[in-house]
Design a protein around this ligand. Structure first.
Ligand SMILES: [Mn+2]
Length: 195
């Protein structure tokens, strides 16, 4: 079973994440940040991951700690669920449109954290959600999943659309990268022999 459950408790947030990489998109999402729940829903639905994510955070200050720490904890859960990456595709990519918006996300389960994030939002907030926090989520994720992730919003006018295409493409790219490649015969997809 490619599953993991991670609990992470600090003075800012208390988080529990459970994931099944071979799921159907079943999810329970309760982070205390409704727009983040909507984005995590995209990862579950389009990645076909089962996700159970609960966060109690200091949202009386703002959403920053909750969004960043959910990214961190989800990254830890992915790292645990993929294990030594034997037999996986390792690389994944996706282009996803939503009306006028189009984004591309490329993932490498490289063992090295790296975020290359190019998104020019046309406004600072989506409802009450600070668009800067999307980057914080992905930085937390890559640091702890030990993955290289390139995120490019290629075009878009509506900030909700821009952000949603990023999360949908991220889900799709992660799904590809974490799939078992039947031709790999369980080998680790690196000439180094380790990832
Ligand atoms: Mn939406």
């Amino acid at each position: 079973m490619r599953t993991a459950t991670i609990e992470r408790n600090t003075q800012e947030t208390r988080i529990r994440v459970s994931i099944n990489l071979d799921g159907t998109g079943a999810r329970t999402l309760a982070t205390g940040v409704p727009f983040l729940d909507h984005m995590l829903d995209q990862i579950a639905r389009h990645g076909l991951f089962d996700l159970d994510i609960h966060c109690q955070g200091d949202t009386h200050i703002d959403d920053h700690h909750s969004v960043e720490d959910v990214g961190i904890t989800l990254g830890q859960a992915f790292a645990a669920a993929v294990g030594n990456k034997a037999g996986l595709r390792r690389y994944g990519h996706a282009y996803v449109p939503l009306d006028e918006a189009l984004s591309r996300v490329v993932v490498d389960l490289s063992g090295r954290p790296g975020l290359f994030y190019f998104v020019d939002y046309h406004r600072a907030r989506i409802g009450t959600f600070d668009v800067d926090l999307a980057r914080e989520f992905f930085q937390g994720f890559v640091n702890h999943a030990q993955a290289t992730v390139h995120i490019d919003n290629l075009r878009g006018e509506n900030a909700h659309h821009q952000c949603e295409t990023i999360f949908k493409a991220f889900g799709r790219a992660l799904r590809m990268a974490t799939e078992v490649d039947p031709r790999a015969g369980g080998t680790i997809p690196s000439t180094k022999g380790a990832l």
